[in-house]
Design a binder for this molecule. Structure first.
Ligand code: SF4
Length: 274
């Protein structure tokens, strides 16, 4: 069974943090679309399209460090509007958050919250200096205690070592997320990092996570096309059981019908519930 998930970047490129892998940080000046709030009407339209493309999850993503009051109000409004019109699992991804705000999201119809640890605790200071890995871990704990389902993964190929990957897995085991998105770093001329992944490395990551987290959904997220090329289906055969369809936050993705065609041709069934 393969789970499809679509994401909508409802606030883009308005972040003062300095994550070295992220084009949405204003610090790096990457050439991306930047906007404060996508209209609710557009968000609902995108959710309908996601449903039509067989996605069972639809994720409302905002750039920025945390789920502050203004962001909370906006995401709740968007979630309520989607819930009213589209039968799809609503996911939110809005940065670090306290338990009370997460409970409000839940009341607005959000079922799952995505917050990635990104990498090991040891390596994190090398990729971000404006907030700590511990804050991220704490948010993941808040998500669970607020009664939301946790989706938590990371990004690979940023120069981290095998020990970092092992340490990251160990931390993730403490959180036991339901979904684990595996992102592979996408280079951008304005970003200070260079990608250190290739197809063999990416397939090994998939195999490792599928083996270590047999009860979680292993999702191929950002960088799927770059890490695996046209043969991304090999990663599904090695144990991944979910993909992000359509465009990513700031980069183009594959056309959803093309992905669907490949999955169906290979004999995979598409889940209609998340
Ligand atoms: S906090 Fe989020 S949006 Fe901001 S730079 Fe880091 S990854 Fe990007």
């Amino acid at each position: 069974m393969i789970y499809l998930c679509a994401i909508s970047n409802i606030r883009s490129g308005a972040c003062n943090e300095d994550c070295r892998f992220c084009t949405q940080s204003v610090k790096w000046g990457a050439d991306i679309k930047r906007y404060k709030e996508k209209s609710i009407e557009t968000i609902v339209k995108e959710a309908k399209l996601a449903k039509k493309n067989k996605a069972s999850g639809f994720c409302l993503v905002t750039s920025g460090k945390s789920l502050d009051e203004k962001t909370l109000e906006y995401v709740c409004r968007a979630a309520r509007a989607v819930k009213k019109e589209v039968d799809i699992t609503i996911i939110a991804c809005n940065g670090t958050a306290d338990k009370e705000s997460l409970k409000e999201l839940k009341n607005a119809g959000v079922k799952i919250y995505n917050h990635n640890l990104e990498t090991s605790r040891e390596y994190y200071p090398k990729i971000c200096s404006t907030h700590t890995w511990d804050e991220r871990f704490e948010t993941c704990e808040n998500i669970k205690s607020a009664g939301l389902r946790l989706c938590c993964g990371g990004i690979f190929g940023m120069g981290e070592s095998d020990e970092d990957i092992q340490s990251f897995i160990k931390s993730l085991k403490k959180l036991n997320p339901e979904g684990i998105p595996l992102n592979f770093f996408i280079e951008n001329p304005k970003l200070p990092l260079k990608a250190t992944h290739n197809k063999k490395f990416a397939l090994d990551i998939v195999k490792k996570f599928a083996k270590e987290f047999q009860n979680s959904i292993i999702m191929l997220a950002g960088g799927r096309e770059i890490a695996f090329g046209e043969n991304w289906i090999d990663a599904i055969k090695k144990g991944a059981n979910s993909i992000v369809i359509g465009d990513y936050l700031t980069t183009k993705g594959e056309k959803p019908d093309k992905d669907l065609e490949i999955l169906i041709k290979e004999g995979f069934e598409i889940a209609d519930e998340c």
